[in-house]
Design a protein around this ligand. Structure first.
Ligand SMILES: [Fe+2]
Length: 296
């Protein structure tokens, strides 16, 4: 499939954005970007101007997900698609476009309670990208900055929004009994070669945070190990130690951020091509590992 859609950025809102700086910078290995015109701190994982936006506020959660169309024509086509599907996109203001550093922006309130911004032309930073703690760099070319996993009680409506509205396709799904009578259901969606740019988990009740985790993929397997060592050296929760996912095959670990949501650092996931025909149910999260290592 043509890589005409990819994740542009994730917007977070936390009471004290500065409190996340050591976590993103010194544990995960992201690179600080310049603050946005509306005052958010930013983080980069490639040449783009920003990939995480961290604003100050009470939400303590994800507040927007930027989805980037490859060019102005694709942007118009996706906006038309949203409109035709009944999700009325609202034109962004000049201030919003300038804060996001994009050429075009429309936004929709997704059923899962996070604003989705369809954009095009996310700027490249003046400063070249170099991440001292991630010497191999992050895998982002044509696949966006990573992936985002959202837990929602509005699961079926959200599935409809992601597939019929945004035009993403389901890669596969996980359905497993995690305790007597409690089934975990997660659906994984692709819009380019990344196995999933977005996944939705069916929440049995309103969760304290919609954002379960955000994932950054490294080019080098050793960079995952080094990031694990940095996380282990903190007192942060390690909900899942090193392991390999069954469906996307990613080698990764999860660390709890000081704000609660988790960050997955991974490497070596399967890629999805036009010939993807493996949309099937998985009954286990991991082929091996991902053991809970340390509570918060
Ligand atoms: Fe993940």
């Amino acid at each position: 499939m043509p890589p005409d859609l990819q994740l542009a950025y994730l917007g977070l809102e936390v009471p004290e954005p500065d409190s996340l700086a050591p976590f993103f910078g010194e544990v995960i290995g992201l690179v600080p970007g310049a603050p946005t015109a509306d005052g958010s701190a930013t983080w980069r994982d490639d040449e783009r101007v920003h990939r995480l936006l961290v604003g100050a506020g009470p939400a303590n959660d994800a507040v927007c997900i930027g989805v980037e169309a490859a060019d102005a024509a694709a942007f118009t086509a996706y906006a038309d698609r949203l409109r035709a599907a009944g999700f009325d996109p609202v034109e962004g203001t000049d201030d919003e476009r300038s804060a996001r550093q994009v050429d075009g922006l429309v936004h929709v309130d997704a059923p899962f309670g996070v604003r989705v911004e369809l954009v095009h032309g996310l700027a490249v930073a003046d400063e070249p990208f170099a991440a001292p703690l991630m010497p191999g760099g992050f895998l982002t070319e044509d696949v966006g900055f990573g992936h985002v996993v959202i837990a929602t009680m509005a699961f079926d409506e959200s599935h409809d929004f992601v597939t019929r509205g945004l035009g993403m396709e389901q890669s596969d799904w996980l359905e497993m009994e995690i305790a007597e009578g409690i089934v975990l259901e997660v659906r994984f969606y692709h819009c380019n070669a990344r196995h999933h740019s977005l996944a939705l988990a069916r929440a049995p009740f309103e969760m304290p945070q919609k954002l379960h985790h955000v994932m950054f993929e490294t080019n080098s397997r050793d960079d995952v190990g080094a990031a694990f060592d940095r996380a282990w050296a903190t007192e942060l929760p390690i909900p899942n130690g090193l392991g390999r996912h069954d469906n996307d095959g990613m080698f990764s670990f999860y660390v709890g951020s000081p704000a609660g949501f988790q960050v997955e650092v991974g490497h070596g996931a399967r890629v999805v091509g036009d010939d993807w025909d493996d949309n099937r149910r998985y009954e286990r999260i991991s082929a091996w590992g991902h053991q809970p290592l340390r509570a918060g």
